[in-house]
Design a binder for this molecule. Structure first.
Ligand code: ADP
Ligand code: MG
Ligand code: MG
Length: 257
C-alpha cells in the first residue's frame, strides 16, 4: 500500500527568457493518491496540469516554492529524478522525448534495471517484453527502433504504457495519454492501464482535458483543476457533469489570489 501526498503545492516555472521573472503556475494543490485508486484530474488548457506532473517528476524547470510532496512519508522533493523513479513514481509525459541512437529494447532494460535494483534475467525479460508487446498490439520490430524517434502520436503513447507495464511503479501519472489517439489505440492503451491497475494494484493519476478516456479507465475520484489548483473534487459523476457543461462554471468564478 503506497500513498502519494501533495500538500499546498506552489510551483513557479522559469521563463525561457532568462531576464524575465518566473511565472507562478501552481497555487496550492492538495491531492492524496493511494494504491488501487484512480484519480482523474480534468481541466482546461493552460490550467497547470502538466506543470503538476513535471513537479512530481522533478523536472528542473519547475521550482517548488511552497508545500510538500511525500510518498509513504518520504520527502519526494528531496529526491533526484532517478530516486523518484526508484521510489516507485512513474510519469508518462504529454510530449514524450525522442532519444535517437538508443533502442527501445536497451532503454527498457536499463530503466527496469535502475528501478528494480538489479538487471532482469535475460530469458525472463525477453518473455516479459514479448507478452507486453502483444498485449499492447505493438509490432515486435518496434523494440529495435530508437526511443520515440519518428513514432506516431499513438506509438509514443503505446510505448509509455509499455514502460508502465514493465516498470511496475507504485503510483503512475499519465499526462494526456489520450490525446491524439484514435479509438483503437485508445482501447489498447486503456487496457494496458487497466491491467497495470489490476496486477500491481497501482495508484493512477490520470490527467486529461477530455472525458473520452474515462469511458475506458474508470476513475474513483475526479478533480476539477482550474488556474493552478483543484477547485472541486467528487466521484465519476463529476466527469459526467463536465462532459455536459464544460469548464465554464468553474472558470467564470472570480479569480483568486
Ligand atoms: P496544461 O497542462 O493544463 O495545459 P501547463 O502546465 O502546460 O498547463 O501550463 C500552465 C501554464 O504555464 C501555461 O500558461 C503555460 O504557458 C505555462 N508554462 C508551462 N510550462 C512553461 C515553460 N516551460 N515556460 C513558460 N511557460 C510555461
Ligand atoms: Mg496543455
Ligand atoms: Mg498539459
Amino acid at each position: 500500500m503506497a500513498t502519494l501526498e501533495i500538500r499546498d503545492l506552489h510551483v513557479d516555472v522559469a521563463s525561457s527568457d532568462s531576464d524575465a521573472e518566473s511565472i507562478h503556475i501552481l497555487k496550492g494543490v492538495d491531492l492524496t493518491i493511494s494504491s488501487g485508486e484512480t484519480h482523474a484530474i480534468m481541466g482546461p488548457n493552460g490550467s497547470g496540469k502538466s506543470t503538476l506532473s513535471y513537479a512530481i517528476a522533478g523536472h528542473p524547470k519547475y521550482e517548488v516554492t511552497q508545500g510538500s510532496i511525500t510518498l509513504d512519508g518520504e520527502d519526494v522533493l528531496a529526491m533526484t529524478v532517478d530516486e523518484r523513479a526508484r521510489a516507485g513514481l512513474f510519469l508518462a509525459m504529454q510530449y514524450p522525448v525522442e532519444v535517437p541512437g538508443v533502442s527501445m529494447s536497451n532503454f527498457l532494460r536499463t530503466a527496469a534495471t535502475a528501478v528494480r535494483g538489479e538487471a532482469p534475467k535475460l530469458r525472463h525479460w525477453v518473455k516479459e517484453v514479448k507478452e507486453s508487446l502483444s498485449e499492447l498490439e505493438i509490432d515486435p520490430s518496434f523494440i529495435e527502433r530508437s526511443v520515440n524517434e519518428g513514432f506516431s502520436g499513438g506509438e509514443k503513447k503505446r510505448h509509455e504504457i509499455l514502460q508502465l507495464g514493465m516498470l511496475k511503479p507504485k503510483i503512475a501519472i499519465l499526462d494526456e495519454t489520450d490525446s491524439g489517439l484514435d479509438v483503437d489505440a485508445l482501447r489498447v492503451v486503456s487496457a494496458g492501464v487497466n491491467s497495470y491497475r489490476e496486477r500491481e494494484n497501482g495508484g493512477v493519476l490520470l490527467i486529461t482535458h477530455y472525458t473520452r478516456i474515462l469511458r475506458y479507465i474508470k476513475p474513483d475520484f475526479v478533480h476539477v483543476f482550474v488556474a493552478g489548483k483543484v477547485v472541486e473534487s467528487g466521484g465519476p459523476e463529476l466527469a459526467d457533469a463536465l462532459e455536459e457543461n464544460g469548464y465554464e462554471k468553474f472558470t467564470s468564478a472570480p479569480a483568486q489570489a
